[in-house]
Write a protein of this length. Structure first.
Length: 93
């Protein structure tokens, strides 16, 4: 597990206990049985719900995208804003 993945316990400390699990060449970040984020190449992507894409779009935070059979497949995880790592209150929202 990378130092970056281990640091997420501090980033999300206001949520309470999180778990990180290796998956698909990266890590999933879980809280209370739900996957709330994923890490790919030491980059954090947050799970977006039906009401949050506009927020991420305003901040120009791109979705996590992988390539399958030559086609780009965006997922419902968006790049985490940089200030999330400095503001524990923001991370808890």
């Amino acid at each position: 597990m990378s130092d970056f993945v281990q640091s997420l316990h501090e980033v999300f400390e206001r949520l309470g206990r999180i778990e990180t699990r290796r998956m698909f060449g990266g890590h999933g970040v879980w809280h209370e049985g739900r996957m709330i984020a994923l890490v790919a190449k030491d980059t954090l992507y947050l799970k977006a719900d039906a009401g949050s894409p506009e927020h991420f779009d305003r901040l120009k935070l791109q979705p996590f995208t992988y390539v399958r059979e030559g086609k780009a497949m965006p997922m419902s995880y968006r790049l985490a804003p940089a200030d999330l790592f400095e503001d524990r209150e923001e991370a808890a929202l």
